[in-house]
Design a protein around this ligand. Structure first.
Ligand SMILES: [Zn+2]
Length: 306
């Protein structure tokens, strides 16, 4: 059994990151400086500016020692295709472009690229369309602003489809804040030194977890057992292909023995008042899991787009 895990022992600190937000540079209510200062007050370490097709003018903000500002954008080429999160980009992206080229163009810049709020309007990004647009490193598995809009904030259903079909893709959580009251509902905890290059590299490598309020204590792979702990979770679930819940454990630590027929395994940690954390998956390769994944991918390829 070959298991690949993004969770590795590291002495790097955990950084609280806002990876999707808006300012007066597009349809947000506060200018970039006020937005940065507010995220600093809320305890964030990293703030990625992702205005609609507008990249942060770095001269518009005063650098802060306590928060790393990263320029990016929420990108739509023609304005008709679903939205793409691009983090760590400084040059404008091409506008006269459709899918899948828009995702490829974003990825070609070296930025971290995400499929944003796949379940906004319930199907903003069909799972099949994400698969047909390679280049994204992650999807937003939880986008808190969608709690206030038509659709569902949680997109783990689509994450599990992609993972089951063999796509190695990570899950981020964001608040997509357009004003102060939208902030600090969901974030991504990245294990990296506080430099733009280190944060982008850690995001691409999956060295992070998504959270809407639960803290991950540790996650490790130990001889075929995936172990998770948390200071504030009350329940831990281990989830495998097609979203199947393999195990539910009450309490704040748990282990799961990985099976021959697992394609991937990820953990969800549940806390008080519906707060959650989501680990990135470990990927399992056995003869059986490869066959199951190939069969599911072949079946899924025959299905309609939505
Ligand atoms: Zn947005």
């Amino acid at each position: 059994m070959n298991i690949t895990s993004p969770h590795c022992a590291s002495n790097a600190p955990w950084l609280k990151a806002a990876l999707h937000l808006h300012t007066t540079s597009s349809d947000g209510k506060q200018p970039p400086q006020d937005t940065l200062d507010d995220y600093a007050r809320l305890g964030f370490d990293v703030v990625a500016f992702t205005d609609h097709n507008a990249i942060l003018n770095e001269h518009a903000i005063a650098p802060r020692a306590d928060v790393l500002a990263i320029p990016g954008c929420e990108y739509r080429g023609t304005g008709t295709h679903p939205e793409i999160g691009v983090i760590g980009v400084r040059a404008p992206l091409p506008r006269d472009i459709e899918l899948p080229e828009a995702v490829a163009a974003a990825a070609a810049t070296g930025a971290f690229v995400a499929y944003n709020h796949p379940n906004w309007h319930f199907d903003h990004w069909p799972a099949k369309q994400m698969m047909a647009c390679p280049g994204g490193h992650a999807l937003e598995i939880y986008n808190a602003i969608i709690e206030l809009l038509p659709g569902t904030a949680d997109s783990t259903d689509k994450w599990d489809i992609l993972l089951t079909c063999g796509h190695r893709i990570w899950g981020i959580a964001t608040d997509d804040a357009h004003e102060a009251s939208h902030r600090n509902h969901a974030w991504t905890m990245v294990q990296a030194e506080r430099t733009e290059a280190a944060v982008i590299a850690a995001l691409k490598a999956g060295r992070f977890y998504a959270s809407s309020g639960v803290t991950l204590g540790s996650v490790s792979l130990d001889g075929g057992v995936l172990r998770v702990s948390s200071p504030d979770a009350t329940q831990i679930r281990f989830i495998a292909d097609r979203g199947a819940v393999r195990s539910t454990v009450a309490g704040s630590e748990a282990g799961y023995v990985i099976r021959e027929d697992d394609i991937f395994v990820r953990a969800e940690l549940i806390g008080h008042a519906g707060a959650r954390a989501w680990t990135n998956p470990v990927f399992v390769e056995t003869e059986r899991s490869r066959e199951l994944s190939a069969n599911f991918a072949a079946w899924y390829a025959q299905q309609p787009l939505t």
